[in-house]
Design a protein around this ligand. Structure first.
Ligand code: ADP
Ligand code: ZN
Ligand code: ZN
Length: 750
């Protein structure tokens, strides 16, 4: 029996980021564990604060008179009596604190989000109340009347007669009026129940299982063999969309579950489609659960509670599902592992893949990564043998790969075509409109950095020190967001002397306008941050397009993920250059991924598709390799560049981020930190300080310093030095009043 507990107070002050000792009251003796969430009196006023139990001990280690007592468990006491795995969670938090330079409290908050109390919730479901024959008749009526949405819902329910309301409206894009109408017509019934249950209710249906191909089977066998040998390996599956990766994940998870262990299946929220979920439900029935942002906090807590109690074997969800409290974790699968959303952008700025690896190590579990366009990080590790590499090269559904063409916008300008659409794209668009097929026009706008390019020769103004495109600021200065280099804006192209040099500004709205004027008969939909700001509008636009209620969909990268539109036979990428010059070192990689994925949107159905990539830089390697669908080629060339300039994964990079409402303070501290880093270790490469790519947000001025080195530990030392220096300034009464954060191997510019 432990009479004392060391507790980290859940508070943002660095100064308090150390354990405090408390007495454990009698009634909590049985239930407290490392990781337990408690309320404790804190400070002079004994205000009740949340805290996390780190260790339990018998020895007080200080004057017992001065020790306060834990006040309460915020949950009913039984909440933690199960076989919870708090000790691993704390080890993981400690690792994150060190690796990402956050406070222990912030790391614990992240890792232990799942320790919040669960309450029974209301689950709404939709149930088919017609018999098989009646349903079939009704279906024919809907088809005759072209009531597409009703037809779709009915078909779904004929397969699985009872499904959660939120799934139907969310992932299947069925609107509330449609549900109301069908319910009034006596086709379906909406039910409400209070329970701890899964948000999904399915029976297992074995008939859907596929015989795995040789290549698929080899992967499943390989991963399970490693697992059985007790090795905590990471495997990377490189396979184009439709090559059967998901089927492989399912079989691996099945193998792990058969061995009595649990599985975490991570999928980026935006790619977490209804169809994908359904495949898992068919396999694992109610032993699988889903976690996503459409669930309320208490619904989430419910799922975690079920995981803790061992009621489920598999959890599917985005980043945060990694922290599901499975005591018997056996595998973590990360689909679309290259996705930027796996990087957490608030403290601790962790990368899901790295945390997954550490968690797997602690649990002796294995990690499986999958992507059609693996991140350079992962592929690099696959090359050097740290990861196991598996490849899937064939599409199993038939469906031909699209024909990809590049339209040279410089040539268009020379031919006198100043429109946003190249000749070739216009031609194909008109052809699709005539044939009644659908098109997607994609503007890969990203971030705010406005690069400046020449419309005659395609060259882009770059930083002479970093080989990164300069960004145009409002005062007509061109700025590098890595090193701070600045120069005045230009009136003519330094390469060819053309006056057609400027920042590219056309947005989705202008393109929509342009299309409406040019093709008055066409039905155009737009999907971007503006049109989707209202809740539910994202799904509404996509469902209306999926229902063929429009001919052309114009949108940002939001449209390239997750959704299948079999009616789409043309994809136009309006300006590939847009993401090429986003002003950060991952721009080419991101462009390659976006182009490859956008291209994959065409020709999912029977009709082969066309893709047109418009660009001022047809010779750019990211554009070239994407149009040739050549990942290896791209990887080699991009790695050359990263090695040359010491960008990750060839080296590691630490971004020190400073923010203050007082610009001078931020700038001055940045300067002093730079000196400190350089003096401390003359071997690390210190770049900057520079203004952040967003120079000011909410009246906070932003500065960055980048530090590069092949040795990660050196960067950690720089971070420790910066923290110690800051603490010292505070101690001598010179608090810099600047917020300092650390981002290791950053994914997006600050
Ligand atoms: P990915 O996850 O790589 O996009 P999926 O696993 O979704 O690929 O597979 C793509 C399609 O191929 C799906 O419709 C799936 O049902 C089908 N499929 C996968 N494996 C097989 C197989 N071994 N035999 C037949 N069809 C398969
Ligand atoms: Zn030029
Ligand atoms: Zn620079």
């Amino acid at each position: 029996m432990s009479r004392y507990a060391e507790i980290i107070i859940d508070i943002a002050y660095n100064k308090l980021d150390r354990p405090f000792t408390y007495r454990v009251p009698e009634r909590m003796q049985e239930v407290l564990q490392p990781g337990s969430l408690v309320m404790v009196p804190f400070g002079k006023g004994n205000v009740l604060r949340k805290g996390y139990v780190i260790t339990l001990k018998d020895d007080c280690g200080m004057d017992p008179e001065k020790v306060k007592e834990i006040a309460e468990l915020p949950v009913n006491d039984s909440g933690y009596s199960e076989d919870d795995d708090g000790a691993t969670a704390i080890a993981l938090a400690a690792w994150m604190k060190r690796r990402y330079g956050s406070t222990m409290a912030a790391a614990l908050r992240t890792v232990l989000t799942s320790r919040k109390p669960g309450k029974p919730v209301k689950t709404r479901e939709i149930e088919l109340i017609l018999s098989r024959e009646e349903a079939q008749k009704q279906l024919e009526i809907y088809i005759r009347k072209h009531q597409v949405a009703r037809e779709r819902l009915l078909r779904e329910l004929m397969e699985v007669p009872r499904q959660p309301y939120s799934l139907i409206t969310g992932k299947l894009h069925i609107t509330a009026p449609v549900i109301r109408a069908m319910s009034l017509a006596g086709v379906i019934k909406v039910t409400e129940e209070e329970s701890f249950r899964n948000p999904v209710l399915f029976d297992k249906a074995d008939e859907d299982r596929k015989e795995l191909s040789e290549a698929q089977k080899a992967i499943v066998d390989g991963v399970l063999a490693d697992f059985d040998a007790g090795k905590s390996t990471v495997s990377l599956i490189h396979g184009i969309t439709g090559s059967g990766k998901t089927e492989v994940y399912i079989s691996i998870i099945k193998g792990i579950v058969d061995r009595g262990r649990k599985a975490i299946m991570l999928i980026p929220e935006i790619a977490l489609t209804y169809q994908t979920l359904l495949r898992f439900y068919r396999y694992f029935g109610e032993r699988v659960s889903v976690m996503n942002s459409s669930l309320s906090d208490s619904e989430k807590a419910d799922q975690w509670e079920r995981a803790r109690r061992g009621e489920i074997d598999v959890i599917i969800g985005p980043r945060s599902a990694l922290f599901t409290p499975f005591a018997q974790l056996g595998v973590i699968v990360i689909d679309e592992e290259h996705e930027g959303s796996y990087k957490n952008e608030s403290m601790p700025k962790y990368h899901t893949r790295e945390v997954a690896e550490e968690l797997a190590r602690l649990k002796n579990a294995c990690v499986v990564l999958g992507s059609a366009t693996p991140s350079l990080e992962s592929y690099y590790r696959a090359q050097d043998g740290t990861y196991r590499l598996y490849t899937l090269t064939e599409r199993l559904t038939g469906g031909t790969l699209p024909t990809v063409e590049i339209a040279d916008l410089r040539q268009e300008l020379r031919n006198g075509n100043r429109s946003i659409l190249s000749e070739r794209l216009q031609q194909l668009l008109e052809d699709r409109l005539e044939r009644g097929e659908q098109s997607i026009l994609f503007l890969n706008r990203r971030g705010v950095a406005g690069f400046v390019s020449c419309r005659s020769c395609g060259s882009v103004i770059k930083c002479p020190h970093c080989d990164i495109s300069l960004s145009l600021h409002k005062n007509n200065r061109l700025v590098c967001h890595y090193c701070g280099y600045e120069q005045p804006g230009v009136k003519e192209c330094p390469e060819c002397g053309s006056p057609y040099i400027s920042g590219f500004r056309a947005g989705t709205e202008q393109i929509e306008e342009h299309l409406k004027i040019r093709y008055p008969g066409a039905r155009v939909l737009r999907l971007d941050a503006d049109t989707t700001s209202r809740k539910g509008s994202y799904d509404k636009i996509l469902s209306s397009f999926a229902n063929r209620e429009a001919d052309i969909l114009v949108g940002t990268q939001m449209i390239v993920k997750g959704h299948d539109f079999p009616g789409v036979t043309l994809v136009g990428i309006l300006l590939a250059d847009m993401s090429l010059y986003a002003g950060d070192y991952r721009a080419a990689e991101r462009t390659f991924q976006l182009l490859t994925q956008a291209a994959g949107r065409a020709g999912r159905g029977e009709v082969p598709g066309n893709v047109v990539i418009q660009t001022y830089q047809p010779e750019n390697y990211a554009v070239q390799y994407a149009s040739a669908q050549d990942y290896e080629g791209f990887y080699k060339e991009e790695m050359n560049y990263r090695s040359l300039l010491l960008y990750p994964p060839a080296a590691h990079m630490l971004c020190v981020q400073l923010q203050s409402d007082n610009e001078d303070r931020a700038e001055s501290l940045a300067g002093r930190l730079r000196e400190l880093f350089v003096r401390d270790d003359p071997e690390v490469l210190v770049i900057g300080p520079a203004k952040g790519s967003l120079t000011k947000i909410r009246d906070q001025y932003r500065y960055v310093i980048y530090i590069k080195d092949v040795n990660y530990d050196k960067l950690v030392r720089c971070k420790d030095r910066a923290e110690a220096f800051y603490a010292y300034l505070v101690k001598i009464g010179k608090d810099p009043q600047v917020q300092v954060q650390f981002d290791f191997d950053p994914v997006s510019p600050f």
